[in-house]
Design a protein around this ligand. Sequence first.
Ligand code: CA
Length: 408
Amino acid sequence: MNTWINIPKNSDFTLHNLPYGIFIRDGRPTPGIAIGDQIIDLHATSKIGLLHQLGFDVTVFESNVLNEFIGCGKNAWSSLRQYITAELICEGDLFKNREKILVDRFDVQMCLPIQIGDYTDFYSSIEHATNLGKLFRPNSEPLLPNWRHIPVGYHGRASSIVISGTPIKRPQGQMKPPTSDFPVFGKSKRLDIELEMAFIIGKPTQLGDTIPIDEAEDHIFGKVIFNDWSARDIQGWEYVPLGPFLGKNFASTISPWIVTMEALEPFRCQSIEQNPPVLPYLQYTGNKNFDINLEVGISPNNDEETIICNSNFKFMYWNMAQQLTHHTVNGCNVNIGDVMASGTISGRDANSYGSLIEISQGGKEPIPLKNNQTRTFLEDGDTISIRAWCQKDDIRIGFGECKGTILP
Ligand code: CA
């Protein structure tokens, strides 16, 4: 497809993508769509009167988050996507008004794209769960008996989800040295990342409702990259019996652009075989996994970046539909803007592990970086950048970057 807009080679934001985000224009958070190195300002576009024929209330673009637009429903998402695609191909109204509605993407600050009411974190990579089981419970079976039957998850903290680029302050807390029976208090020395993706709820449910598995994807608006920063020393001491708490809730970072399910459609792929078979409410048909390449880079003090992990979202044992169906099977309701994170996405090979604790084997094997540096866990000044993209034949779409720097 040819377009009048300049899209650099290997851009994440091609005509096939059209992800949604919130950027600052004239001091005001504004909804937009990323295309190439630019952003289409949806508020300006609607003010000019170009979106009124699309069949939904375009005053939703006056909001400083995307929740209201998402609430207009799947037909609104599709009709806007079709309109923008057509307008980028032909030199029509968008072209004529391009000076008013196009903004340079690299000149603007991005904000959280949604107001997040609730956040759930799953634990759905069998490789990650096995690796962590071995590290945290070396003397027992790494996978607990429930793991192959339940998409295990916990309720996280929505208040500390931050936009890419927000600095991350090293958390302090209680931890127990391996040689003592008593805890000490201090700054975490085993600060880690978790390479995850998250989906954003696009259609709410009422309390008491359950989402059947074949309708689950209708409730998903799109996806972002998610870094679930983790303090392993705090986590190791606190997590029995009720699970993650202060070792996790000090910060999680999301990428700014929400890539829609419609854009991801060409990248569906076969799911992982589940053995033993899951209970009937979790059985699904069709391809429910997605082929999304993932990459993690680390740069100490803005030094040269080393790629420490290449993974893929297709490795997930439990898919998004199963996660959401399980989440609501007891009648728990979901709301627009809720964030559901995948859990760390590790593959089979050591270069595909999605956390430092796995790559460094619990801190025992230093990870070599460029310029003769090494890491086991994060040091102050380290910047972590996670990138995600899909490529099939000549179609490429990407998520941009999910980035954060550790402060003392
Ligand atoms: Ca996690």
